[in-house]
Design a protein around this ligand. Structure first.
Ligand SMILES: [Zn+2]
Length: 255
C-alpha cells in the first residue's frame, strides 16, 4: 500500500514532466534546452508554477502572469499517470529493472495518449522507442528464449497489427491510421491472449465514448475521433488486470 502511494507521487511528478516534453514535441522545441513557458504569454515558468496538481489548484487554473486559462488536461493527466505508476508499483515483484522498463514504456504511451487526443496524430518516433524498450524488456525476461514463450508474444505483436493494417489498406486510411498500426505493434507485446482483452476494452470504450460525443453533438459521425487513447487505456487495464478479467470471464462462462 505504502509503495503505491510512493508510486502515485512519483507518477504525478513524472506526468508533469512528460506534459512539458509533450508541449515541446508539439511546438518542435528542443526537449532539454530552455525553461518551460506559458503556452499563451510565453512567460518562463517557475518551479511553483509547475508543481503538479497543487499549482493548478493554487492558481485557480490560470496563468500567474497573463491570467489565461490553463488546460484541465494538466492536472487530470498528472493524476492519471500517478495512478498508472502507482499500479506499476503495486504489482512490483522485487525486480527493479522490470519496474523501470515498464514505467519507461508507460511514459512513452502517456505522451502518445495525450498527443493523439489533442492532435489526432500518433508520434511514431515514440512508438519506435517504445518497441525498442519493450524488446529489451522481452529479452531480459526471456520472452524469446524458447519457441513456446516467443510464439504467443509474436502472435500478439503481428496479428492485431496485421488486422489493423488490413483495415488501413482497404479503407485508404479512413478506418485506421498508419500510426495506429504501428502503435498496435508496440501494444502487441502484451502477447496472446491478453492483447485481445486490451483490444476489446479499446473497442467497447471507444464505441461508447464516440456515441456519447455524437449524441451530445460534440462530434459528427464523420469527424475523426482518435483511437490511440482507447488502445493505450486498454493496454494498461489488460497489463494490470488482464489475467483477472479472463478468469472472471471463464468463471462466468462455466459457472
Ligand atoms: Zn501566461
Amino acid at each position: 500500500m505504502y509503495i503505491s502511494i510512493l508510486g502515485f507521487l512519483l507518477g504525478i511528478f513524472l506526468g508533469s514532466f512528460l506534459n512539458c516534453i509533450s508541449v515541446r514535441l508539439a511546438s518542435n522545441k528542443s526537449f532539454t534546452k530552455g525553461r518551460s513557458q506559458c503556452v499563451w504569454c510565453n512567460h518562463d515558468l517557475d518551479w511553483n508554477d509547475l508543481f503538479p496538481i497543487l499549482s493548478f489548484l493554487f492558481l485557480k487554473g490560470k496563468c500567474r502572469y497573463c491570467k489565461k486559462k490553463i488546460s484541465w488536461q494538466y492536472p487530470i493527466s498528472e493524476i492519471l499517470f500517478g495512478l498508472v505508476v502507482a499500479t506499476h508499483f503495486y504489482f512490483f515483484d522485487g525486480n527493479i529493472l522490470n519496474l523501470v522498463l515498464q514505467i519507461v514504456i508507460s511514459s512513452f504511451l502517456f505522451i502518445i495518449f495525450f498527443y493523439d487526443l489533442n492532435h489526432c496524430l500518433i508520434p511514431v518516433d515514440l512508438v519506435y522507442w517504445g518497441i525498442g524498450v519493450y524488446s529489451l524488456y522481452g529479452f531480459v525476461n526471456g520472452y524469446f528464449s524458447s519457441w513456446d514463450k516467443a510464439f504467443p508474444i509474436l502472435l500478439g505483436i503481428f496479428i492485431p497489427a496485421g488486422f489493423f493494417w488490413l483495415l488501413y489498406a482497404l479503407s485508404g486510411e479512413k478506418w485506421m491510421g498508419a500510426g495506429d498500426v504501428k502503435l498496435m505493434l508496440l501494444l502487441g507485446f502484451l502477447g496472446m491472449p491478453n492483447v485481445l482483452i486490451s483490444l476489446l476494452i479499446a473497442v467497447i470504450s471507444g464505441g461508447i465514448i464516440g456515441l456519447i460525443l455524437i449524441v451530445s453533438k460534440k462530434k459528427t459521425p464523420k469527424s475523426e475521433i482518435p483511437f490511440g487513447p482507447f488502445l493505450i487505456a486498454g493496454y494498461w487495464i489488460a497489463l494490470f488486470w488482464g489475467q483477472n478479467l479472463m478468469q472472471l470471464y471463464f468463471n462466468f462462462l462455466f459457472q
